[in-house]
Design a binder for this molecule. Structure first.
Ligand code: FES
Length: 195
C-alpha cells in the first residue's frame, strides 16, 4: 500500500507548465515604438525642404541691402522698411526735433551719445534706426506723426514703457541702450542705401 501512494505523488510534478503563454509583451511594445519613430522621421523629411525653401540662406541675408527713396517722406513723418528681416525706421526730423536732440546733456541719458554721431554730416534731418526696442525686442511706436511718441517726442515702446528721444536714444524706462543705427550711406541727397 505504501508503494502506490509514492508513485501517484511523483506523477503530479512531471508536466511542462509554459507551453500556452502569449508572445512577450515587452518585445511587441518595442516593435510598435520603432514603427512610430520611422513615421516621425519620414514626416520630418517631407516637411524640412518646405520650411528650408521659405528661409533665405544666411549669406544671402547678410549681403542684402535696401535702397530707400527719401523724396516722399514729409517733414515730421517716418516710414518703416525691412532690412535683413528687421524693421528700419527712417524719419524726416523737423528743425525742432533736431534741436531738442542736440541740446540734451549726457547726464540726462542712460546711454550717452551725441546726436551728431547718430546721423550723417550734412543730412541731420534724416534719422535712420533699427526699430527694435533694446529691452526685450518689441517694435516701438513713434514713426507716424499720429503715434504716441512719449515724453521725449521720439519713440515709445508700449511693452514696458521705454521712451526714446528724437535721436532714438533711451531716456526713460527699462531699455538699457539706444536704438541701434544700422550701417547706411547717402547715394544722393534723396536716396540712402542701408546695408
Ligand atoms: S520691450 Fe520695449 S520696453 Fe520692454
Amino acid at each position: 500500500m505504501a508503494d502506490s501512494t509514492a508513485a501517484s505523488t511523483a506523477d503530479s510534478h512531471g508536466g511542462h507548465s509554459h507551453g500556452g503563454h502569449p508572445a512577450d509583451p515587452s518585445k511587441r511594445d518595442m516593435l510598435e515604438l520603432l514603427a512610430g519613430a520611422g513615421a516621425a522621421i519620414f514626416g520630418a523629411a517631407i516637411v524640412w525642404p518646405l520650411v528650408s525653401s521659405m528661409n533665405p540662406a544666411k549669406d544671402v541675408l547678410a549681403l542684402s541691402s535696401v535702397e530707400v527713396d527719401l523724396t516722399p517722406i514729409q517733414l515730421g513723418q517716418g516710414i518703416v522698411v525691412s532690412w535683413q528681416g528687421k524693421p528700419i525706421f527712417v524719419r524726416h526730423r523737423t528743425p525742432e526735433e533736431i534741436k531738442s536732440a542736440e541740446d540734451v546733456k549726457p547726464s540726462d541719458m542712460p546711454d550717452p551719445q551725441a546726436d551728431k554721431v547718430r546721423v550723417k554730416t550734412g543730412h541731420d534731418q534724416w534719422l535712420v534706426l533699427v526699430g527694435i526696442c533694446t529691452h526685450l525686442g518689441c517694435i516701438p511706436l513713434g514713426n507716424k506723426p499720429a503715434d504716441v511718441r512719449g515724453e521725449f517726442g521720439g519713440y515709445f515702446c508700449p511693452c514696458h514703457g521705454s521712451q526714446y528721444d528724437t535721436s532714438g536714444r533711451i531716456r526713460k524706462g527699462p531699455a538699457p541702450a539706444n536704438l541701434a543705427v544700422p550701417p547706411y550711406a547717402f547715394e544722393s541727397d534723396s536716396k540712402i542705401k542701408i546695408g
